[in-house]
Design a protein around this ligand. Structure first.
Ligand SMILES: [Zn+2]
Length: 283
């Protein structure tokens, strides 16, 4: 399979979608969802998350990846966290920039995605599909580890990141050995795991709906909803396209209500403190 598809996939999204869906049709259900802590960032709340509220107030937000296991043993990783260079050099990405005044990575060796997978008895080679929700530094930092995985992302996110390599550090994800499969819109990649198009934070941003046998539905909002406060105050002014972001967030909220789903936001320290974290899992 790897040899056949070694070249970067940039074909029609519909082809990819069909291929993805048929490839894995035998798999009956997802069985486990791990929430993986990949470090933290010390941020100016009002500058980074909630414009107009908490400007100058520093808070520590979690950086997160997610691992989904299916009954047949397939593994899907959602995002790869900050690049491990931030362990030794927190200002590696934003040093000397204005944004660097508002955000400082906090990353220890145990926050490295390879270490975290190792704690679960896994290596990067065990990941069948990497879902890249978007290409910001805290979500796509270690994509380079996943040269054996199929990497699924929205075409719009990929194109936008390609056009803005400074804002989406290209040395972390735009690498010749990586195979991207570009999709457009929603896609159920395996039964029980649906990628949701939730643009607004950036073009082509994705969230993920996971249906688990015991817990039921969980929605990983990722950066479509940074924190529960953004949802409660309907504040999307810090987003690339606030109106589109609002539509995406409202869509997730409605979906969560309809499904009775646990809605997990992307960077909320308060919500994070109450969740079950790896090596524990939701099933
Ligand atoms: Zn983020």
């Amino acid at each position: 399979m790897y040899e056949e598809n070694g070249a970067r996939e940039t074909g029609a999204a519909s082809d990819n979608a069909v291929w993805l869906a048929t490839e894995v049709q035998k798999e009956p259900w997802t069985v486990k969802l791990y929430l993986i802590n990949l470090g933290y960032c010390d941020v100016d709340k009002g500058r980074v998350l909630t414009p107009g509220s908490g400007v100058g107030e520093r808070i520590i937000i979690p950086i997160v990846g997610y691992l989904i296991e299916t009954e047949s043993g397939s593994r899907i990783l959602v995002d790869s966290g900050m690049h491990r260079k931030h362990i030794a050099q927190p200002d590696a990405t934003f040093g000397g920039t204005e944004f660097g005044n508002y955000l400082t990575p906090i990353m220890k060796p145990e926050h490295d995605i390879r270490r975290r997978l190792g704690e679960l008895g896994l290596t990067a080679e065990d990941i069948d599909i990497l879902v890249s929700t978007h290409f910001h530094f805290d979500h796509a930092g270690n994509h380079g580890d996943f040269g054996r995985s199929r990497i699924v992302t929205q075409r719009a996110a990929y194109v936008y990141a390609k056009e803005n390599p400074g804002r989406f550090p290209a040395d972390c994800w735009d690498l010749p050995h990586l195979r991207y499969e570009l999709i457009e819109g929603d896609l159920e990649i395996v039964p029980g795991v649906t990628l949701l198009s939730t643009p607004g934070h950036v073009p082509g941003h994705m969230s993920v709906l996971v249906r688990l046998p015991k817990t039921g539905a969980i929605i990983l909002a990722i950066d479509a909803i940074y924190t529960l406060e953004n949802l409660a105050t309907d504040n999307w002014t810090g987003y690339h396209d606030p109106e589109e972001a609002q539509r995406s967030a409202h869509r997730l909220k409605a979906l969560a209500e309809r499904e009775g789903a646990l809605l997990i936001t992307g960077h909320d320290p308060g919500q994070w403190a109450g969740l079950r974290l790896a090596p524990d899992y939701y099933d």
